[in-house]
Design a protein around this ligand. Structure first.
Ligand code: GLU
Length: 317
């Protein structure tokens, strides 16, 4: 018998800021197939860190859409079934605080008084994707421990990053090398308004939930280095990463809420679950022409080596 700890543990971590579209489903199906084809467990985590954009109706709708497709989760969801709950990030502040305390005790973080607007005004965004690389203005010259402002209110919290290369192998895109100092500089873990940064929350959660495999869109490929560095500081093995191509609309642009034809609301009206799974499988390269397909049929033929390695994949309408 396979011990629970030996099976792969994957997760799907949508942000409940709108109805899912074909791109979200593309990621969910590949993530589910990857762990289920190896007898693993699949977690549904709701990434509702941003209170302005997250709505509980969207989270319930995500669950309904996944179940309609037959993508059942073993742990998680809005009601938080399983031993590692809660599974909505809005309920996990204690975990994030503990992680931050741990980093502070290790002298690995510092308070930063720079405002977002100042950073944008004074620093040239990275040429290709508009990223801002932090200049280190507030980085303390003295070695920690140094004095923290009372309650750290009004300050964001940044992580000292080393000027060194982080190497990792992505299951789809292969060997990657990122220098954190030039990629992003010391990055924010908690914003001045107290909101937790995605980078801290995702590592705290994946580590606490025993996730061994992360499948997500390739827009997060390079930020994986930030997460791997946090795992290193935490002394926990990082999961395996498989980034998947971003799904594009007929104009070649990444899907957004405006692409109504590819939102789950429309797709559920015009397709059966098998037809939609077949479309996703053909887009991913798992079958060579579009035909209705069950998840069970795909379990036998799933392999990461078959999955398309292009940067984007056109949506099949
Ligand atoms: N919450 C992110 C999204 O909806 C996914 C982050 C992740 O999988 O690490 O795109």
């Amino acid at each position: 018998m396979i011990e629970k700890n030996d099976v792969p543990v994957g997760r799907f971590a949508p942000s409940p800021s709108g109805r899912m579209h074909l791109g979200n489903i593309f990621t969910a199906v590949l993530s589910w197939l990857s762990v289920k084809s190896r007898g693993g467990r699949w977690i549904l985590r709701i990434e509702d860190l941003d209170p302005q954009r997250s709505r509980s109706e969207f989270a319930s709708q995500i669950e309904d859409d996944l179940l309609w497709l037959g993508l059942e989760w073993d742990e998680g969801g809005v009601d938080g079934v399983g031993p590692n709950g809660p599974y909505c990030q809005s309920g996990r502040h204690t975990f994030y605080n503990k992680f931050l305390d741990y980093l502070r005790d290790g002298g690995l973080i510092y308070p930063c008084a720079c405002r977002r607007a100042d950073l944008h005004a004074t620093q040239a965004p990275h040429a290709t994707d508009g990223r801002i690389v932090y200049s280190g203005k507030c980085r303390p010259a003295s070695t920690p421990p140094f004095t923290w402002p009372e309650g750290m209110s009004g300050c964001s919290v940044r992580l000292f990053v080393p000027d060194e290369e982080i190497y990792f192998t992505d299951g789809v895109y292969g060997q990657q090398c990122v220098n954190l100092a030039s990629h992003c500089g010391d990055f924010v873990l908690r914003r001045a308004d107290g909101a937790w940064a995605y980078q801290l929350a995702v590592v705290a959660d994946d580590a606490a939930m025993g996730v061994t495999e992360v499948v997500r869109g390739n827009d997060l490929l390079l930020s994986t280095a930030q997460q791997i560095y946090l795992y290193r500081l935490l002394g926990v093995d990082a999961p395996a990463y498989c980034h998947v191509p971003l799904v594009c609309n007929a104009e070649g642009r990444r899907l957004s809420k405006r692409d109504q034809a590819l939102s789950m609301e429309t797709l559920r009206k015009v397709c059966t679950p098998e037809e939609l799974i077949g479309r996703v499988a053909a887009m991913a390269g798992l079958i060579d022409h579009v035909h209705p397909c069950s998840l069970d049929e795909l379990l036998d033929r799933f392999s990461w080596s078959a999955v398309t390695k292009t940067e984007t994949v056109p949506a099949l309408y």
